[in-house]
Design a protein around this ligand. Structure first.
Ligand code: NAD
Length: 242
């Protein structure tokens, strides 16, 4: 494992055009469960799978149940950035990392200090009235009993891309541009099962593809370096070697 971390450190040291693409595994070390690990949400005891409960049709037809699951499982207001978020913010500060592209909705990359963060699936921190578009902070969702409602009477919806909804085209475009022009792409903490986000890494044609994930992914065969390790430990160690 040390060899891979050393190799990663050398690649990071020698590049100033690195892009990171990540998913739920980046935040598990902050105490936020992912979907597909043994203690992930897929193995929790809800009557529907997360992909159903987090779908737009479920939101529209079972709004109260949606919010029960969402508040119980998706909101972690006390979670703090971990070593992975902090190492990536540090790489951006050193002008090496050009963008963090994340499937996460927890806002932890920004809390860690990353600036160019492309949130493919939106953010739990932003919420809007579906009628009048009034913006609400996360607290409004947390403190509401039942379905969060706007003063105008409209239902408030999180600015999170639900299954069956399309991705924001301008965020997508920026992410594709960043991946297409990157020299080094680090993909971490994602099972690469959720499309179209996962397919975006196919745009990479740079020098080094690095995969950091606890379990195997379908993209392992394309990687120059594979690190099956906690991403916080791996990134933190690599960044602190130079
Ligand atoms: P996923 O659950 O499908 O996969 C997570 C992957 O991360 C797994 O392969 C697992 O082995 C790996 N992993 C877990 N902890 C790790 C660690 N500490 N270090 C390295 N690897 C680790 O997640 P996904 O691919 O992101 O897809 C799930 C979808 O649900 C995404 O849209 C995601 O944004 C969303 N989601 C978001 C959050 C969040 O915002 N924190 C949490 C759960 C799910």
């Amino acid at each position: 494992m040390n060899t891979e971390i050393n190799d990663l450190a050398k690649i990071l040291q020698n590049s100033n055009n690195i892009v990171f693409f990540g998913g739920a595994g980046v935040s598990t070390e902050s105490g936020i469960p992912d979907f597909r690990s043994a203690d992930g949400l897929y193995n929790s005891s809800y009557s529907y799978p997360p992909e159903t409960m987090l779908s737009r049709s479920f939101f529209d037809t079972h709004t109260e149940e949606f919010y029960r699951f969402y508040k119980d499982k998706m909101l972690h207001p006390n979670a703090k950035p971990n070593k992975a978020h902090l190492a990536l913010a540090e790489l951006e500060k050193q002008n090496k990392l050009k963008a963090v592209i994340t499937q996460n909705v927890d806002g932890l990359h920004t809390s860690a200090g990353s600036v160019n963060v492309l949130e493919l699936h939106g953010s739990i921190l932003r919420n809007y009235c579906m009628l009048c578009n009034e913006a609400y902070p996360l607290d409004k969702i947390i403190l509401s009993l039942g379905i969060p409602q706007c003063l105008c009477g409209g239902i408030i919806k999180p600015d999170v891309v639900l299954y069956e909804e399309g991705l924001d085209q301008s965020v997508m475009k920026k992410a594709v541009r960043a991946i297409t022009t990157a020299e080094v792409l680090i993909v971490g903490g994602t099972s690469l099962n959720v499309y179209p986000a996962a397919g975006m890494i196919n745009y990479f044609s740079g020098e080094n593809l690095i995969l950091i994930n606890k379990s195997k992914t379908a993209y392992d065969k394309y990687a120059d370096i594979i690190i099956n390790e906690n991403i916080g430990k791996a990134l933190f160690e690599a960044v602190n070697k130079f």
